[in-house]
Design a protein around this ligand. Structure first.
Ligand code: FES
Length: 104
């Protein structure tokens, strides 16, 4: 069971929006796609690019550095040059709080 940490209010990340939060020693990018929230580590596995600065195509975030893409629903690589999945986090909404699930 992960430990859930509140990062924002739902009103702070509207549909189509994203934001990045420092949690513990991680930078976590939270996306709102159609009212559902997704969270991945904001660090490209290819060469540490800031993923949340990239364009989002459907559910694929494109790294602004060399164009790798990751599926924000599960962290999987969908386009080279990255080959390693990005860390993905469970997200839940409790009342009006967006919470990220972190491994203990
Ligand atoms: S750092 Fe992301 S594709 Fe190279």
């Amino acid at each position: 069971m992960p430990r859930f940490v509140t990062v924002a209010k739902t009103s702070e990340i509207g549909p189509g929006e994203r934001d990045v939060f420092g949690v513990d020693d991680l930078w976590i990018a939270v996306f709102n796609v159609g009212g559902t929230y997704y969270a991945i580590e904001d660090v490209c596995t290819h060469d540490d690019g800031p993923l949340a600065d990239g364009e989002l195509y459907g559910y694929e975030i494109e790294c602004p550095r060399h164009g790798a893409r990751f599926d924000i629903r599960n962290g999987k690589v969908t386009r080279l040059p990255a080959v390693v999945p990005v860390q993905w986090f469970e997200v839940r909404v409790e009342g009006d709080e967006i919470q990220i699930g972190l491994d203990e």
